[in-house]
Design a protein around this ligand. Sequence first.
Ligand code: SF4
Length: 143
Amino acid sequence: MGKPFWETTALAAMSREQWESLCDGCALCCLQKLEDEDTGELFYTDLACRLLDLESTRCQDYQHRSKRVKDCLILTADEPGALAWLPRSCAYRRLAEGKELPSWHPLRTGDPDSVHAAGISARSLNPVSEREQAEPSLYLKLS
Ligand code: SF4
């Protein structure tokens, strides 16, 4: 059997379908983040974007997300600066750093829930929607 596409195709050369399939659905990028002005350290919070469905950890309006949420970052391969805002577990960041996809990634397991079972997703932080709450109650430095 040949190698999977993510081992043979550069991020910038992937089809739209391949690119989208890399997202493991963790939704960590849909949590509000804060950057320490002095140290540059990045902290995740438990406050989720108002468009995030907390149960499925999927965007409720993926197609129009950047129109509805003005600071929603649309990831593209030619904007590597945005990757620094992603968790180290994120496939886009991992592949850009020359790493492999982890064993729990849905593309490896064939199971979209494997990201949750592995405890990687936002679900494990019990996030609250910014529709319900204004301030985070948890600040977490993700390694
Ligand atoms: S952090 Fe990466 S893998 Fe997780 S939801 Fe965002 S884009 Fe997808």
